[in-house]
Write a protein that binds this ligand. Structure first.
Ligand code: SAM
Ligand code: TMP
Ligand code: ZN
Length: 408
């Protein structure tokens, strides 16, 4: 493949390994009548030959994605509420035990994590550019700054609030192409023994599960222990811990500290070895992943076309950002999937980006069960399938496409 771009971490050459075609903004649910106003870009991913960071070939301007009406509400999943509550409790008993500790969260969204920190009376600040969700966090008693975190924001916070013991980001760091500015900001804001903890979808899981729908406009980087270690090193930081976590289809929680401040754990060496054994950072591995993705597309379209021919009703479950990649890459139109059920009010009554499948309230799914439900929110499978035993009891079946197309 000849398409290349410059690495946003090291300026090396990024070689493309998958092209998912022309795609809309994944969270831009369309008001009926506004179909012609959509923004499109080419969604393709490559790997840097020098630092091994996997990244998008084209960058989408941040203001188009993160704004007042950003529709993703973190607290929509009970499982994720528990996940973040548990992490907050852990930080409160480990990193936040000194005198007047201070934690800063990038992308705090509706306050799902900082809520427990604020309730414990520990000094906190959420930095969140999307105004609507930032307001929801503030309503929970959390201190929020409506802003993009970057170098200047960090310097300002340091001046006003002093150094941070913890800087935390969940499903946010991988959204930010301007990493240079972020990591300069982190080193400015972090106290001498502070930690920068972030968790994001893990390339190891994406490749193992062929979860290609993790690739969309907002997910700019796809981290590995190796690429994060390299990125940290270039910026005066050090990767000191990693933890695989079973959320959003497989993530890693990385801990960085100022270089030399903490001793790296065994887990870092173990994950680096695991990645090397799987040849995770080799183009050939990623090209095999791309071939598996093509097979999923063919199988999914064949199945949906067959079900339509048989007169079966198929409804989508969860209008996830990920579903934009699946529907637009595979060509899933409203005649194949009648509507998508989603519990988020801001998505309901709108059309899915690109393919314009109507998004409807959950009531419409529950009140008139279809024959098949295409599980776009597969990362919440256990939570959803447990709650939907009634659908199954009524003869309904789930269609899943990760790690391959199957009906159950
Ligand atoms: N942390 C939450 C979670 O894990 O559910 C929210 C994740 S959401 C997918 C990503 C969030 O990052 C959005 O709320 C977005 O507004 C925010 N964001 C994007 N760029 C940012 C930046 N430069 N600084 C801080 N937040 C940012
Ligand atoms: P996520 O995969 O990015 O977390 O998005 C999940 C989407 O699925 C979000 O729009 C909310 C929706 N959803 C439901 O409609 N029902 C559910 O039970 C869950 C957990 C999520
Ligand atoms: Zn690079």
């Amino acid at each position: 493949m000849s398409t290349t771009s410059r690495c946003r971490i090291c300026d090396g050459t990024v070689t493309e390994f998958i092209d998912l075609g022309r795609q809309p903004l994944s969270d831009a649910f369309v008001v009926p009548g506004d179909e012609k106003k959509e923004f499109f870009f080419r969604l393709a991913t490559g790997i840097c030959e020098s630092c091994t960071m996997v990244q998008l070939m084209e960058e989408v301007p941040r203001d188009l994605m993160f704004h007042e009406a950003y529709p993703y509400h973190s607290s929509g999943s009970a499982f994720m509420r528990t996940h973040f509550h548990d992490l907050a409790k852990r930080l409160l008993t480990t990193e936040l035990t000194g005198e007047d500790p201070f934690i800063v969260e990038l992308g705090c969204n509706d306050g799902i994590m900082l809520k427990a920190i604020a309730e414990a009376g520990v000094r906190q600040l959420g930095v969140e550019p999307s105004g609507g969700v930032a307001d929801l966090a503030a309503a929970k008693g959390i201190r929020v700054r409506k802003d993009f975190f970057e170098e200047a924001t960090a310097a300002d916070i340091r001046e006003n609030d002093g150094p941070a013991d913890v800087i935390y980001a969940a499903n946010t760091l991988c959204h930010i192409p301007y990493m240079d500015s972020i990591l300069k900001g982190v080193t400015t804001l972090l106290g001498p023994n502070g930690v920068f903890v972030f968790e994001d979808p893990y390339l190891g899981d994406i490749v193992e599960r062929t979860s290609f729908d993790q690739i969309y406009d907002e997910h700019f980087f796809f981290f590995t222990a190796r690429s994060v270690q390299e990125m940290a090193k270039r910026n005066g930081l050090e990767l000191v811990d990693v933890e695989r976590i079973p959320v959003h289809g497989g993530e890693v929680r990385y801990t960085l500290a100022l270089a030399g401040a903490r001793k790296p754990s065994e887990a870092v060496a173990e994950l680096l070895a695991w990645e090397a054994e799987r040849k995770l950072s080799e183009v050939a591995t990623l090209e095999r992943f791309a071939a598996n993705v093509k097979k999923i597309k063919e199988d999914l379209i064949a199945l949906l076309t067959k079900l339509r021919a048989e007169g079966k009703r198929v409804v989508g479950y969860g209008a996830t950002a990920k579903s934009a990649t699946v529907t637009n890459f595979c060509g899933i139109t409203p005649d194949l999937v009648e509507f998508i059920s989603d519990t988020t009010p801001a998505k309901q009554g709108r059309l899915s980006p690109g393919q314009h499948i109507p998004v409807r309230e959950y009531r419409e799914f529950a009140g008139d069960h279809p024959d098949y439900a295409l599980l776009f929110a597969w990362n919440h499978a256990d939570e959803i399938m447990n709650a939907e035993q009634g659908f199954r009891d009524a003869g309904g079946q789930w269609i899943r496409y990760v790690p391959n197309v199957h009906v159950s």
